[in-house]
Design a protein around this ligand. Structure first.
Ligand code: C2O
Ligand code: CU
Length: 499
């Protein structure tokens, strides 16, 4: 399989045939194991790509903004690799601040996790860091900075891990990365965080029943599909009758999206990279850090792909076009699918081959909010003096997440794909799970990847306001690592809000 090295492009359209004729065929002959993968030494050395983090001017639809990017693009370059192969990426830090790259959802070796204060010290301006790891599992992933509010700038990109034994039958695939955007329009994300921290009177008018109450605290002026705003939308072009796999990624900081494709149902096949029993729906909700893959056979025409900012005003919007002559839908078009059958977690079930062993013990993690309203807690602890859950290699533990805070949280675990146990049966494998206020969820984690792994809310502003813990193997190292981004808040103010 010498011919294949990781390839980088700008995302969007990829014809499956290209893989079948080139790399795909040779990978099949080379029998790349799906899980685990061969030792790194046995692998070909793919060329290293360069991720140059630096300020740039980018156009998001009709607007031009100054922001921080990888390689001057938003999103950064798409990385495509075959499961079992290596990703080699040299981070070159040309930012005026320290940074890291985190590979969200990948079960990689701990030193490559890009978690500042945990797996590495952040890379200083003018310095480089060589990321080099094997990707064990196929699926839809992304990468992003893990320092401070940097992910709410343009510092993210997609990572698609192809399955050498892809069981799904489809003709083509599109990657759809969703984002909420304020950088360069409403100041910077640091300004936004400072505004949040300066106030105890938070907006509780952005509400969503599907999210159990307050959906968000911030208003982002723009919502993007693959870096493009609704005023100059991304267009995905293909032919009618083709079956397309959409890989949808929510890279936003404070926005859940409700996604639908006008005129089509969708068959959801994967969540957070891992397969689930296919389920047909009209729409789904995707929290920050989550991913969904769906298949659909396209009609003839030009169709709106919409992602409503749940509980907010505004939407991300793209066009799926299979007919050159068809009139493009307006970005404001009504899409009835948005209020029809919505995917629920109870619809999702991992194939039994992916079921994790039953847990031998349970740990409760209570999510809370301190009275200031500007600190989000895990078992009453915040980043800087974070909650550490000890596990030992080989055991399966059940995390009982108990949300006693007044907002929903997309909770994300690094380095592992847990199993969500909704009832007694199976449940999906996921690395990010939305939990509503007053809800309890059971997550089973197989401790098979030693390290000190962040476990946090993927609402970036909640993370920066303390909602950051860790799962660590064996006894704690001392002193406990501090999360670089968090600054302590005042505790004495009252917050008017909610419920
Ligand atoms: Cu997208 Cu700590 O992760
Ligand atoms: Cu949160």
């Amino acid at each position: 399989m010498g011919g294949w090295s990781s390839s980088w492009g700008t995302g969007g359209r990829v014809s499956r045939r290209a893989f079948v004729t080139g790399t795909f065929a040779s990978a099949l002959a080379g029998a790349v194991p799906l899980l685990g993968g061969p030792p790194a030494a046995a692998q070909p050395r793919p060329r290293a790509m360069v991720l140059r983090a630096r300020p740039a001017t980018v156009t998001l639809g009709r607007r031009t903004v100054r922001t921080w990017t990888y390689n001057d693009e938003v999103p950064g370059p798409q990385i495509r690799v075959m499961a079992g192969e290596r990703v080699r990426a040299k981070l070159v830090n040309d930012l005026p601040a320290a940074t890291t790259v985190h590979w969200h959802g990948i079960r990689l070796d701990f030193p490559m996790d890009g978690a500042p204060g945990f797996s590495q010290e952040a890379t200083q301006p003018g310095k480089t860091f060589d990321y080099d790891f094997t990707v064990p599992d196929p699926g839809t992933y992304f990468y992003h900075s893990h320092v401070g509010t940097q992910p709410d700038r343009g510092l993210y990109g997609t990572l698609v891990v192809l399955d050498p034994r892809e069981p799904l039958d489809y003709d083509e695939e599109f990657t759809v990365v969703l984002d909420d955007w304020l950088d360069g329009i409403d100041g910077t994300p640091d300004d936004a965080l400072a505004r949040l921290n300066a106030s105890t009177d938070h907006d509780d008018t952005l509400r969503s029943e599907a999210l159990g109450g307050v959906a968000a605290e911030m208003v982002h002026p723009l919502y993007l599909v693959n870096g493009q705003a609704p005023d100059a939308p991304m267009t995905f072009r293909t032919a009618p009758g083709r079956t397309v796999r959409f890989r949808v990624i929510n890279a936003a900081s404070d926005t859940a999206f409700r996604v639908a494709l006008g005129g089509h149902r969708m068959t959801v096949t994967h969540t957070d990279g891992f397969p689930c029993r296919p389920v047909d729906v009209d729409t789904f909700l995707i929290g920050m850090g989550e991913r969904y893959d769906f298949l659909t056979r396209l009609d003839s025409g030009a169709f709106p792909l919409v992602a409503i900012a749940e509980g907010k005003r505004g939407r991300a919007f793209a066009v799926v076009r299979t007919d050159r002559r068809a009139e493009a839908p307006a970005s404001t078009v009504q899409v009835p699918e948005l209020t029809e059958r919505m995917l629920a977690y109870r619809d999702l079930e991992a194939p039994s081959s992916l079921d994790l062993p039953r847990p031998s013990r349970a740990i409760t993690v209570t999510l809370g909010m301190r009275p200031s309203g500007n600190e989000w807690t895990m078992n009453d602890k915040v980043a800087g003096d974070h909650l550490r859950l000890r596990v030992d290699r080989g055991e399966t533990v059940r995390l009982i997440l108990d949300n006693q805070s007044p907002m929903w949280h997309p909770m994300h675990l690094h380095g592992h794909t847990f199993q969500l146990r909704l009832a007694d049966g199976s449940g999906p494998r996921k690395d990010t799970v939305n939990i509503k206020p007053r809800q309890r969820l059971h997550l089973d984690v197989l401790a098979d990847n030693p390290g000190e792994w962040m476990f946090h809310c993927h609402n970036l502003y909640h993370q920066e306001q303390g909602m950051m813990g860790a799962i660590g193997y064996g006894p704690a190292r001392t002193p406990a690592p501090a999360h670089a981004g968090h600054r302590p808040q005042q505790h004495d103010r009252k917050r008017k809000r909610r419920r």
